[in-house]
Design a protein around this ligand. Structure first.
Ligand code: FAD
Length: 401
């Protein structure tokens, strides 16, 4: 065999999750995996590697690359998650079947792409393909669940309204995303758009003007596959901003903790959230109440009322009536304000047409100052006490595990 002057090398060893797909893909058996002392150990025998690069392509997290020969043998060690039987079965039993799953979709990071997200639920149809790497458990916020709550840490809380965009409230969520693109902080933004029937669709936005569409802004009361989409595109983009409910943002933080590749997400905009529904349940609820979903112009929750503005009027009912339609995992959530966001944006605490903005990171502060300097926003006060009240209410309402 003719050896090339290149060999594979773990240029980003911290991204390795121990899935061993690289080992299985290696045509010359140069890569080897063994388990020892509760660890998966991956090693390379340089003299067997002919630098074909198949393993480099096969790694889901850009751990490996081809480098000039001579760096010698390498060894990657990853802790094994100890469970009885297949790892996915553990996730299934403890989180999915128990109704705890929040549907954030972080687990779709699954290296063989076996875990699929559909209408807010996750499954691994041919679970025998589970590689027992354990990454799904490590990024699952509901496995060993420790609920987050309260207003969290913040630098500033204000009320604000965009002069450029139309949104659910003050379109400040959209302003943050637009400014991140405009300033070159990110090259991609993931938002939740929708079909005519309000089915959530994740859209990959590359230019601030794309955020003008009213299908892209505004609240969809349905669990949305932001993280599954992030998992799909993360290798292809340079830097990303995402928006999402508190569970989505917490899922993101766990992905970033476990796999540094996900630090390509530079900005996370959290939305206040009391509860959410699977799309099929939202539809079922509306049908039961004689509302055609395709006639809806806007959904909102205000002062304990669920409101649907339609072409020919308005449907309202007490939020309580939604209870049996709310996603089961939401009942356990205590995080109203999205404590893991760089910034959190919501409706309560500000007058009509304004958003309440909880600025948490220096980066979000800089972006907010930028939009103020440019005259993109009007700024007012926000009522922090009202936001705190809602944070407390969510804790009080939550089911305990
Ligand atoms: C399910 C849900 C429940 C909410 N509950 C409350 C509440 O109880 N009290 C409160 O004060 N605020 C709540 N909010 C937040 C509120 O509805 C607005 O999203 C927020 O005030 C921002 O308004 P804006 O005009 O700045 O956003 P906009 O500029 O209109 O931007 C909204 C952004 O949200 C994204 N988005 C829409 N739907 C979803 C979704 N389902 N999942 C992830 N991202 C989505 C869109 O992509 C868009 O980028 C909730 C939001 C959601 C999604």
């Amino acid at each position: 065999m003719l050896l090339s002057e290149f060999v594979t090398y773990p240029v980003n060893a911290e991204n390795c999750v121990g899935c061993r797909i690289c080992v299985d893909s290696c045509p010359s058996f140069a890569l080897k995996a063994e388990t020892m002392d509760g660890k998966i150990i991956i090693t390379l025998r340089e003299e067997l590697c002919y630098g074909c690069g198949v393993c480099v392509d096969s790694c889901p997290f850009q751990t490996l690359d081809l480098v000039r020969r001579g760096l010698g043998e390498f060894r990657i060690e990853k802790e094994i998650v100890k469970v009885e039987g297949k790892v996915f079965k553990e996730l299934s039993r403890k989180v999915i079947e128990s109704g705890l799953c929040c549907g954030c979709g972080a687990c779709t990071v699954c290296p063989p792409e076996g875990i699929v997200w559909e209408d807010g639920t996750v499954d691994f149809p041919d679970w025998e393909r589970c590689r027992d790497c354990g990454i799904c458990l490590k990024v699952c916020q509901r496995y060993d669940y420790e609920p987050l709550s309260g207003l969290g840490e913040y630098l500033e809380i204000v009320g604000a309204k965009s002069k450029r965009f139309k949104g659910q409230d003050g379109a400040i969520a959209t302003e943050f995303l637009a400014c991140a693109l405009e300033r070159g902080l990110v090259d991609t933004v993931l938002v939740v758009g929708r079909t005519k029937e309000w089915k959530p669709l994740v859209i990959c936005v590359k230019h601030p003007d794309q955020l003008r569409s009213e299908r892209v802004t505004g609240t969809k009361y349905s669990l949305s596959p932001i993280l599954p989409e992030l998992n799909r595109i993360i290798r292809r983009v340079k830097s990303v901003a995402i928006v999402g409910t508190p569970c989505i943002i917490t899922g993101l933080r766990l992905l970033q903790r476990e796999i540094p590749l996900y630090r390509k997400v530079k900005l996370a905009v959290a939305l206040f959230c009391m509860e959410n529904m699977r799309y099929s349940k939202l539809k079922e609820f509306l049908e039961k109440n004689g509302v055609r979903i395709e006639d809806a112009l806007k959904f909102d929750i205000k002062k304990g009322k669920f409101i649907v503005l339609t072409r020919d009027g308005k449907f309202t009912c007490p939020v309580k009536e939604l209870d049996e339609f709310v996603s089961s995992g939401c009942h356990y959530c205590q995080d109203f304000s999205g404590v893991n966001g760089d910034v959190s944006v919501g409706s309560v605490g500000s007058p009509k047409g304004y958003s309440t903005v909880v600025i948490r990171s220096e980066l979000a502060k800089e972006l907010f100052e930028y939009m103020v300097e440019r005259g993109y926003v009007e700024v007012g006060d926000a009522n922090v006490e009202v936001v705190k009240k809602l944070c407390d209410l969510k804790v009080k309402k939550a089911k305990r595990v």
